[in-house]
Design a protein around this ligand. Structure first.
Ligand SMILES: N[C@@H](Cc1c[nH]cn1)C(=O)NCC(=O)O
Length: 442
């Protein structure tokens, strides 16, 4: 554990995840080319993107169950193979339906990667370093978005559609080969399910994992921390900045890069805090959510168009949501027996994606309603004016409120269970702070 070999295995696993993020984000940056190549409308294009994410989210729980049976190594390899095949299909697609099938394969392969890589960590690391490694894993993986925004786009525009997607497929093959050569399920690679399993016991294990308050705490934490940033980065951030605020596309792209850089810088700090204060992880999650809600409130309530520096602050804060969301997986790991880690992690991961879809959808519907009923005078911006975005983005607060209620309720039940099972009492943060102040004679 925590050896030089652990770090070698980790770097290959992170590379496999980074390559999965590259495959996932390669369609977004090729959107205009895809519309021209297949002669499709904007809604057909968004179907392509959404279907891929739906496949990803729908497979999380089944992949989690499988993970508890077969271990992470085989699944990372299988995922890379599916993504490679999918990208080859997209590269060679003579018509739109083949591209859809290809992107669905990419979504399926992607679904195998992240939770398997997370599962691998606890086979190679232990102790305080584990939350930090988990932060590094999630955040370094996001650099895959930069790979698709820069070298992938360069190949796409220099050498064409087929070369770009075949290069992406080649990266998946490289991840597959490196994983097969280097990654093992622990030192002796002797993965065995903790108890003999058939599908009936696996299903029972899944039900038990879903019922545990700690798993639910993870689900609601992921639901609430991941969604504002993902909704912004994956769909509405670009139109908001370009159409709503009038930034040019290169400024908007740089701001989206800042979103990733913010996560990479803040992730290790959150990793240290979670390792140092394990009983305060939900407070950290709630702080991240409060900061997000506050940053949006200042932007949306700004009397005129918000200044550039404020949008920069907003994006830095939104970037913290990614590292914040990684804390959710620690709840899954800590409050479940080893044999259910895969199922619990898969379920927790679903939370963030469900909330992201809901937010994306609600913002879209709100923009349409505002436009159709002439709620505000959007001026030249019309459907995507700053005034319209300002109202539509308020729907985020609905999703955040549902998530916060979920966190508070699940946390209460988790703490009650910790008290019953282990005699650990976790006092509310304000009680602890006032005790410390009193002790220091304030
Ligand atoms: N919340 C993300 C991970 C993350 C870290 N920093 C920014 N995002 C997550 O759950 N990802 C799942 C995946 O498959 O990428």
């Amino acid at each position: 554990m925590n050896s030089a070999r652990s770090w070698l295995v980790w770097s290959v696993a992170v590379f496999a995840y980074l390559v999965a993020v590259l495959q996932r984000s390669s369609l977004g940056v090729a959107a205009v080319d895809a519309s021209a190549k297949f002669d499709i409308s904007a809604s057909q294009l968004s179907t392509l993107a959404v279907l891929q994410l739906v496949v990803y989210a729908a497979l999380q729980v089944p992949v989690g169950v499988l993970l508890d049976r077969v271990g992470p190594r085989a699944l990372i390899i299988f995922g890379a193979a599916l993504m490679g095949l999918g990208q080859v299909a997209v590269a060679l697609a003579p018509e739109f339906s083949v591209a859809i099938a290809g992107r669905m394969l990419v979504g399926a392969g992607d679904a195998f990667t992240f939770i398997s890589v997370l599962r691998l960590l606890s086979l190679w690391f232990e102790g305080r370093v584990l939350p930090q490694v988990s932060q590094w894993t999630g955040n370094i993986g996001q650099l895959g978005q930069i790979l698709s925004a820069v070298p992938f786009v360069w190949i796409l525009h220099g050498y064409g559609w087929m070369s770009a997607f075949l290069s992406a497929a080649a990266m998946a093959v490289l991840a597959l080969v490196l994983t097969a050569l280097v990654v093992r399920n622990g030192r002796d690679d002797s993965w065995r399910p903790e108890q003999k399993q058939n599908w009936k016991t696996a299903m029972q294990q899944l039900r038990d994992a879903l019922r545990r308050p700690g798993t639910q705490l993870g689900f609601w934490s992921h639901f609430t921390t991941q969604s504002p940033g993902s909704m912004f980065a994956l769909l509405w951030g670009f139109p908001l900045m370009v159409n709503g605020l009038g930034y040019d596309t290169s400024t908007a792209s740089s701001l989206l890069t800042l979103f990733i850089v913010s996560a990479i810088v803040i992730g290790p700090i959150l990793g240290i805090l979670t390792a140092r204060f394990p009983l305060r992880r939900s407070n950290l999650v709630l702080t991240v959510i409060a900061l997000t809600a506050l940053a949006w409130a200042v932007v949306l309530l700004w009397p005129t168009q918000p200044p550039f520096w404020l949008i920069v602050v907003l994006i830095v804060v939104l970037g913290v949501g990614g590292p914040g969301s990684l804390i959710s997986f620690e709840f899954a790991r800590e409050f479940n027996p080893m044999r259910s880690h895969g199922s619990a992690t898969g379920f927790v991961n679903v939370g963030g994606f469900v909330a992201t879809f809901v937010m994306m959808f609600l913002v879209g519907v709100s923009l349409d309603l505002i436009d159709r009923h002439g709620v505000i005078d959007g001026g030249e911006g019309g459907l995507y004016s700053w005034g319209a975005f300002r109202l539509a983005f308020l729907v985020q607060y609905l999703v955040l409120a549902v998530g916060v209620v979920g966190i508070v309720r699940a946390r209460r039940r988790t703490r009650r269970q910790m008290h019953t099972d282990e005699g650990i009492e976790v006092a509310p943060l304000w009680v602890v702070v006032s005790r410390v102040l009193k002790r220091r004679g304030h």
